[in-house]
Design a protein around this ligand. Structure first.
Ligand SMILES: Nc1ncnc2c1ncn2[C@@H]1O[C@H](COP(=O)(O)OP(=O)(O)OP(=O)(O)O)[C@@H](O)[C@H]1O
Ligand SMILES: O=C(O)C1=C[C@@H](O)[C@@H](O)[C@H](O)C1
Ligand SMILES: [Mg+2]
Length: 171
């Protein structure tokens, strides 16, 4: 069985939905950011500080190239679909869902977060610019665009679980 990848901007709900989806589908769940943190033994802001963003981006690609061959749910980092190789690996090895949220909602969720180095170093306008720059890449990576505005985590999770089940021929 294929992997299920959740892609989208910081704060769109990849981790929150990934965990719930794992519960509903009984597929194991992995958070790419957490896997990299575990491997490196330091938090993401520290990885950026010590090795630089480019090396972090290499680590993301390395994760996609080598992560275990099992059916699972993966919440990806917000910058992952920006690289062509990453997009190709995800589309080839799984089903990709883009969680689309308006920037307004995103900003409300991420503006006070200390664990996202890109948020730490950017203004609101810069983050909105990056959001608009990334959106086409999320769209071209994804097999499904999932609208999240005004929808509960449960509702979004059930929709994705339904699509996974449908494609597995269960429903
Ligand atoms: N549709 C939603 N309804 C209510 N709360 C939401 C929704 N989507 C996300 N949230 C909340 O917003 C916060 C940020 O979500 P989450 O951490 O899952 O984002 P993320 O996409 O994993 O971000 P990152 O790329 O930085 O890891 C969480 O507290 C989550 O519960
Ligand atoms: O959007 C991004 O570039 C990032 C999002 C997070 O998931 C982390 O991968 C890291 O903070 C970078
Ligand atoms: Mg996350």
């Amino acid at each position: 069985m294929k992997k299920v990848y959740l892609v989208g901007y910081m704060g769109c709900g990849k981790s929150a939905i990934g965990k719930r989806l794992s519960f509903v589908t009984k597929m194991p769940y992995y958070d790419m950011d957490k896997e990299i943190v575990k491997k490196m033994g330091m938090p993401i802001p520290k990885i950026f500080e010590k090795y630089g963003e480019l090396r972090f981006r290499e680590m993301e690609t390395e994760f996609l190239r080598s992560f275990r061959d099992e059916s699972c749910i993966i919440a990806t980092g917000g910058g992952v679909p920006m690289r062509r190789e990453n997009r190709e690996i995800m589309r080839k090895t799984g089903l990709v869902f883009f969680l689309n949220a308006p920037f307004r909602d995103i900003w409300r969720r991420i503006s006070t977060d200390k664990n996202r180095p890109i948020v730490q170093r950017s203004t609101r306008a810069e983050l909105e610019f990056l959001f608009n720059e990334r959106k086409p890449h999320y769209l071209k990576t994804a097999h499904f665009k999932v609208e999240t505005e005004f929808r509960s985590l449960r509702d979004i999770t059930d929709y994705i679980a339904f699509q996974i089940g449908r494609l597995k021929g269960e429903k």
